[in-house]
Every structure is written in C-alpha cells, then in structure tokens.
Design a protein around this ligand. Structure first.
Ligand code: SF4
Ligand code: SF4
Length: 172
C-alpha cells in the first residue's frame, strides 16, 4: 500500500448529546429496532445510535483501491468521554464533511464502521449483543470495547501529514 496515495476524508455522524431511552423491562419488548429503518419514529431513530462515536474518527481512503482505514484521530468537537458532539447544532457549518444519517443514505455509506447500528439495520442485520438497546445499559457500548472512549486523539494534536501514523485496526 502506498501511503502517499491515501486521501484524508472526514465524515461524521449524528452522535448528538441526546438523552437516550432504553428498554425499561416494563415495556412490551417488541424489539422495534428490528423494523425497517423507514418505519422508525424520530425517538426510535435517535435511540438506535449506540453512542460509539466511531464515525467521528478521521478515515483515510486508498485512492487506488478505495479501501477505507480508520485512524484514532477524532474530531475536535467530540467530547471523547461522553462520546457526543459538543457543537451539534453547528456541526455542518463547522465541519462541512459532517453529514447526517438518514434511512436512505445509511446503507450506502461504506465508510460507516461495521458495528454501526444504522449500517447494520439498513442491511437487515441484527443489533449486536452489546448494543445499549439490547442490554438496557448505556455503558455497555464502552464495556464491550466498541466506543472510542479513552482511545482517541484530537485532530488538534496531529499534523495533517501524519495521519497515516495513526491508522488503527480495532475498527475494521
Ligand atoms: S462536528 Fe465533529 S464531533 Fe460533531 S458530529 Fe460532526 S464529526 Fe462528530
Ligand atoms: S452507532 Fe453509528 S451513528 Fe451512532 S455513534 Fe456509532 S457509528 Fe456513529
């Protein structure tokens, strides 16, 4: 792989600082998240996010092969401990590459991490066992080692020419 052939791409997510609802155990667990994405209401759509913040990591793309490589470099506006965006309402102005997931684009975005709930559901695949909706515990995404908490570095501290030195393999 010729590292010089890599092109930096930044994309992002909808990891907004919302209060998520989880299954309380009293609800009729109809596993609403197994419905098609188009059938979810706004609250369900928001709750589907696992809060991993992997989509706020910078990625590199091999211009020859199109392969995507995740780095541990995160957006400067991400609160890494909370794994949420600190400037959500302004994000598209501050970070033009930051795009919003919708039921129609989440299947096509190949750069989303393979664990992303939107990507999985868009392909008709089940949520993983550690997903907070399945565990009822918002911490389970961290306990399972899926979130980026404690493992990233802000883009403010990395020279743009040195991104390739921060490629990771725990998101593949
Ligand atoms: S602005 Fe940054 S932290 Fe906020 S959603 Fe976009 S990429 Fe993530
Ligand atoms: S579930 Fe998807 S949209 Fe939500 S934080 Fe993780 S990668 Fe981003």
């Amino acid at each position: 792989m010729c590292l010089r052939a890599l092109r930096r791409r930044v994309f992002s997510c909808r990891c907004r600082p919302v209060r998520r609802r989880y299954c309380s155990g009293r609800e009729s667990v109809s596993e609403w998240w197994e419905q098609p994405l188009e059938a979810l209401n706004t609250e369900q759509w928001e709750a589907l996010c696992d809060g991993c913040a992997r989509c706020c990591l910078h990625k590199l793309e091999d211009q020859d092969t199109g392969d995507i490589f995740f780095t541990r470099i995160r957006c400067r506006y991400l609160n890494e401990n909370r794994c949420s965006c600190t400037r959500y309402s302004e994000r598209t102005r501050l970070v033009p590459e930051c795009i919003e997931l919708t039921p129609t684009n989440s299947a096509a975005l190949e750069w989303l991490p393979p664990t992303c709930a939107y990507r999985l559901r868009a392909r008709g695949e089940p949520l993983p066992e550690w997903h907070p909706l399945r565990t009822g515990d918002p911490q389970s995404v961290h306990a399972a080692g899926i979130s980026i908490r404690g493992r990233a570095i802000s883009e403010e501290h990395v020279h743009p020419q040195g991104y390739d030195e921060h490629i990771i393999h725990w998101v593949e």
